[in-house]
Design a binder for this molecule. Structure first.
Ligand SMILES: [Zn+2]
Length: 174
């Protein structure tokens, strides 16, 4: 179960995690519909969703779901400092996104599926909890993991249909 924060609302790592991860999954499904890698994210503050986003296939290598919601959230709050905000994302953040979470001073990072190829929130690296850095985020993984993973598997299955280009399963390799 979660724990209480000074303002009296339940913060991450509790029952709300399921609800917010469901919202991140909804964003991942939207990405899937567009043909993008189905990774979705929401940024939550004081129990409310501040920003939503998903992976976008552009010429921008930083266009990951986490970066989208961190940028949007910071814009909406009018500050780079997102203390008190929790990031929910369907796939474990990569080093870039975990680093962005630390730079944004996120309070918590909650993810769905682990990423054995690029995970930087406990799998290959543990950037959010690295005591050498100037900020640490609480981390919880495995929330609605099966659904998050199934969506990614479905995406890569479709891409491998006859005639489809075979590309590396960049993410999601349990
Ligand atoms: Zn990333």
């Amino acid at each position: 179960m979660g724990f209480r924060f000074g303002l009296g609302f339940e913060i991450g790592f509790g029952m709300d995690d399921i609800e917010f991860m469901s919202q991140a999954l909804f964003e991942a499904e939207r990405a899937m519909t567009r043909g993008d890698v189905p990774v979705g994210a929401v940024l939550v503050r004081a129990g409310e969703i501040l920003a939503r986003g998903s992976n976008v296939k552009t010429n921008d290598p930083t266009a990951h779901a986490e970066i989208q919601v961190i940028r949007l959230g910071a814009e909406r709050l009018g500050t780079w400092n997102l203390r008190g905000c929790d990031l929910y994302v369907t796939l474990e953040p990569c080093p870039m996104c975990a680093g962005a979470g630390v730079n944004a001073r996120l309070r918590g990072i909650v993810f769905g599926a682990r990423d054995f190829r690029a995970g930087a929130a406990g799998t290959l690296y543990d950037i959010p909890r690295d005591t050498r850095l100037n900020h640490r985020c609480k981390v919880r993984g495995g929330v609605l993991e099966d659904r998050c993973l199934e969506l990614l598997r479905e995406y890569f299955r479709r891409r491998r249909k006859p005639g489809a280009p075979i590309s590396g399963e960049a993410e999601c390799k349990p």
